[in-house]
Ligand binder design. Structure first.
Ligand code: ADP
Ligand code: MG
Length: 266
């Protein structure tokens, strides 16, 4: 298994040019993500979470500044960074197992190795009984399990996740969060996870980067010291929740004011 990677984000700016003027989506973002760290990007809608994640993925590069993985400048997407989206980006015409091994076949990996890896991943993500099904015949939670298995198959040291559990009901969401934490500790990946749920960020992260609305900056960088498994009913969990609610609320208000002025551009 490949080791987790180090990510350096240095003075990243991102400006989108539009008819109604320029939108400064990210302004002077600088922070490091340690190998094996689980980092959540938290903030209300429009504060640049996806923009930052897409810049790390190499889908859309910064206007200024740079991002490095293991000291190497990111210029495009690469096999060191796997992405899981909210909308299940599975191939609808392929079965669960075909979806999972797709990337391995493209890489022309050894067939015995592929079979072994597939069996392991089906077992780890509890998908063995569903391997012959097509995405349309799966629940949202199951589809996200397939999306995670597909990224794990590629052995990327970094997993980038954009609100991956945002469309799931509360119980399914909690079980996938637990699953993800298990995978993270077993596979030692670096995870950058976007969410607008305060509770989700406290439940999962080693560290929470609270982002501000327009321009997107790092408003607060919080180390979560609570021992795992974390209990959302515990006093320490609630204390952090209160602190984060205040920070996020300030940005939510700025977002709503911009909406009233009609300047969100959305
Ligand atoms: P978040 O993921 O936190 O909701 P985004 O990163 O999607 O926020 O967007 C940050 C800001 O950049 C928003 O104000 C959004 O309208 C703007 N934006 C995002 N993508 C584009 C784009 N392709 N063109 C123009 N503006 C964009
Ligand atoms: Mg987003």
């Amino acid at each position: 298994m490949s080791k987790a990677a180090h990510i350096e984000i240095e003075h990243v700016h991102k400006v989108f040019k539009g008819d109604g003027g320029d939108v400064v989506a990210l302004k002077d973002i600088t922070f490091d993500i340690q190998p094996g760290e689980f980092v959540c990007l938290l903030g209300p809608s429009g504060c640049g979470k996806s923009t930052l994640l897409n810049a790390i993925a190499g889908f859309s590069l910064p206007t200024e500044g740079q991002i490095k993985v293991e000291q190497k400048l990111i210029a495009e997407p690469g096999p060191d960074r796997g992405m899981v989206f909210q909308e299940y980006a599975l191939f609808p015409w392929m079965t669960v197992e075909e979806n999972i091994v797709f990337g391995l076949k493209i890489r022309k990996e050894n067939p015995d190795k592929i079979t072994k890896k597939l069996d392991d991943l089906l077992r780890i993500l509890k998908l063995t009984d569903f391997k012959k099904r097509f995405p349309k015949d799966l629940s949202g939670g199951m589809r996200q399990r397939v999306a995670i298995a597909r990224v794990l198959a590629l052995d990327s040291p970094i997993m980038l996740m954009d609100e991956p559990f945002g469309a799931l009901d509360a119980l399914t969401r909690r079980s996938l969060q637990d699953e993800l934490l298990k995978i993270w500790s077993e596979f030692k990946k670096t995870i950058v996870f976007v969410t607008h749920s305060i509770e989700e960020s406290i439940y999962l992260a080693d560290r929470i980067i609270v982002m501000s609305y327009r321009p997107g900056t790092v408003k607060r960088d919080i180390h979560v010291g609570i021992q795992r498994p974390r209990n959302p009913a515990s006093p320490e969990f609630n204390a952090l929740k209160k602190e984060l609610s205040e920070l996020v609320m300030e940005e939510q208000n700025r977002f709503e004011e911009a909406q009233l002025r009609g300047t969100t551009g959305d």
